[in-house]
Design a protein around this ligand. Structure first.
Ligand SMILES: C=CC1=C(C)c2cc3[nH]c(cc4nc(cc5[nH]c(cc1n2)c(C)c5CCC(=O)O)C(CCC(=O)O)=C4C)c(C)c3C=C
Ligand SMILES: [Fe+2]
Ligand SMILES: [Fe+2]
Length: 344
């Protein structure tokens, strides 16, 4: 019987808050053709000729505000998830990051060193996107073919609509919601709009905007990131018994001048107080672990934008992180794949 193991994959962080380390990380990240999907020469001109001249210093300052004694929150939390999962499953668990260290290759190597030849790889993103799930799988396959051709990898699919995840997220939000709030905002990481019309044609958004965001449309292509975000939202608020009128969906972290999927979180935060939303709770379900984008961009910058727009109380709801109920979900999703190895 082949020995099995689990690899949890997250996005990754710079190795320190030094500007040069942030620059190295951003170079690897933004030169990924699934993140900035221009032809190599145009991507290099944009990233190395423009973005990397100014962004690393700005991002390094932002990272300093969230960095902990143990390191980047994203890495520290992913390690905590690994440790808790390891206590409840009977196969070895390792972590790997799509960018920087520990890399996906390092994670696979650690499993192989323990005699493992069948790996369940879990991209820790609830919704599918070219710049998340797809690039993780591409990288893992590249590494596997080049360095570990005898290893089999079974990939966990996006779980944006799985009942066990929805129940877990709904319960977690419910527990953390303040007593009085005018609206609950779901802020998802954005992507350039063209990303949802791209990649493999079977994964492309094929319907108009209104239907894409209408989560009732079941015939919609299962791999549209925007649609999956609306599906997650709809399922969670149904589970919580929250009226749709009390919820807002928006997309954060826009970079550059291209059109990204709308509405934008920063603009929404500035304008909703004028529409009567004075007490706001915000949750970020594109992330399973807190990171720069939630702890700085939402909790600090987002709060300022909301207060500046006339808001009064801003309440950030943390990600699932290493909550026990989330570890149970991770365990279940991993065990499903460990058990169906021969069905793929
Ligand atoms: C074109 C640029 C980007 C796309 C597309 C993108 C998609 C995307 N990203 C995440 C999750 C995370 N992104 C994080 C940081 C981050 N993202 C971008 C750019 C794009 N992301 C940049 C330049 C950065 C670095 C920070 C900065 O300079 O602003 C993080 C946090 C990492 C950390 O160390 O804490 C996460 C997580 C998703 C889910 C996604 C598409 C759906
Ligand atoms: Fe990002
Ligand atoms: Fe769509």
């Amino acid at each position: 019987m082949d020995k099995k193991g689990i690899l949890l994959v997250n996005l990754g962080s710079p190795k320190s808050t030094a500007v040069n380390d942030v620059k190295e990380y951003l170079d690897e990240f933004l030169m990924d053709e699934r993140v900035i999907d221009y032809r190599w020469i145009f991507r290099a001109l944009l990233v190395r000729g423009i973005i990397l001249n100014t962004r690393p210093a700005k991002s390094a300052e932002a990272y300093k505000t969230v960095w902990t004694d143990e390191g980047s929150p994203l890495i520290v939390i992913t390690e905590k998830i690994k440790k808790k999962l390891q206590k409840v499953v009977d196969v070895p668990v390792e972590i790997g990051m799509r960018y920087a260290q520990p890399s996906i290759e390092t994670g696979i190597q650690k499993l192989v060193d323990q005699g493992i030849s069948e790996i369940v790889l879990f991209p820790l993103y609830p919704q599918y996107a070219m710049s998340t799930t797809e690039t993780v799988i591409e990288m893992a396959e590249e590494v596997r073919k080049k360095k570990f051709p005898k290893v089999k990898i079974n990939y966990i699919q996006p779980f944006y609509n799985r009942d066990i995840y929805i129940n877990c997220l709904a319960e977690s939000i419910k527990e953390k919601l303040p007593e009085n709030f005018d609206a609950l905002q779901f802020s998802y990481h954005g992507v350039p709009e063209r990303h949802i019309y791209k990649t493999d044609p079977s994964k492309t958004c094929k319907i108009d905007d209104a239907n894409c965001i209408n989560s009732q449309v079941d015939t919609h292509n299962a791999y549209c990131y925007r649609h999956q975000c609306y599906k997650t939202t709809e399922a969670v608020i149904a589970k919580m018994g929250l009226p749709k009128e009390k919820t807002i969906v928006s997309f954060q972290s826009r970079l550059g001048k291209d059109k990204w999927i709308e509405p934008y979180t920063d603009e929404t935060l500035e304008t909703i107080p004028k529409k009567g939303v004075k007490n706001l709770a915000v949750v970020c379900p594109a992330f399973v672990s807190d990171c720069l984008e939630t702890l700085e961009e939402i909790s600090v910058e987002g709060k300022e934008q909301f207060l500046h727009g006339g808001g009064e109380n801003f309440h950030y709801i943390p990600c699932l992180n290493d909550e026990d109920r989330w570890i149970e979900v991770v365990k279940t999703l991993c065990e499903e794949k460990l058990n169906d190895f021969y069905l793929v």
